[in-house]
Design a binder for this molecule. Structure first.
Ligand code: ZN
Ligand code: ZN
Length: 224
């Protein structure tokens, strides 16, 4: 069984996955390092207890503290092959607004972050069992070209920014499913949502707001 602990950061969520070992999914923005380490500490986790860090995608609000974390955490970092260079240069994967609010927020979205190198590059999927958690990382492009999601064996999903919950960035009605304000391809977003819902997740954790009820979200995204 995998326990998912959401960690609320300044503008995004990171997640601690607890199975036999501990995996961190996403790391927040550059200002989040102290909150993140404090929240992990509340779960009894020091940085060197992490078996793996998985980045759902390379935007500053998800990959912003990886370089700082790696000063103490000696674990591998996982990213999709298409976003390896973004991580290595500290530059966001392309941010393309698909909603008026996305356009309005663009001036705030250019932030960079401290660069670092990925150790494991995903193409289509990665089994997390060797890292102590009964889950798979799968390729779910759409928000960015190299976005990843995590599906646990017990039907929970973490999808990063493939979709969101609530508005503007999850502060209100966080359980209401919604499309994100930025996407590299809406066609890819739909195909990736189908891939996620094919595993019939009971609960969906998102990068901003959430969590979403799996059945409600499936109706919202696939049937409306
Ligand atoms: Zn993003
Ligand atoms: Zn985000």
């Amino acid at each position: 069984m995998t326990i998912i602990f959401p960690i609320k950061l300044a503008i995004s969520n990171a997640f601690l996955l607890r199975g036999e070992k501990n995996i961190l999914v996403d790391t927040g923005s550059p200002v989040d390092f102290p909150i993140l380490t404090r929240q992990l500490g509340k779960h009894g986790i020091q940085l060197n207890d992490l078996a793996l860090v998985v980045l759902t995608h390379v935007h500053f609000d998800h990959a912003g503290t990886v370089a700082a974390l790696l000063q103490s955490a000696k674990c591998p970092v996982v990213v999709h092959r298409l976003e390896k260079e973004n991580l290595a240069s500290g530059k966001n994967a392309p941010i393309i607004p698909v909603h008026p609010l996305g356009k309005m927020l663009m001036p705030f979205m250019g932030a960079g972050f401290a660069p670092t190198f990925a150790d494991i590059l995903v193409d289509d999927a990665l089994d997390l069992f060797p890292y102590g958690v009964a889950a798979q990382v799968i390729f779910t492009p759409g928000h960015t070209p190299g976005s990843l999601s995590i599906l646990t064996e017990d039907h929970q999903a973490i999808v990063g920014d493939l979709c969101g919950g609530g508005w503007p960035l999850g502060q209100f009605q966080p359980g209401n499913p919604r499309y994100h304000y930025w996407a590299s391809s809406m066609e890819a977003v739909h195909a990736s949502l189908k891939r996620v819902f094919a595993s019939q997740p009971a609960q969906i954790h998102v990068g901003h707001g959430g969590p979403l009820d799996g059945r409600e979200a499936s109706q919202f995204f696939l049937e409306s």
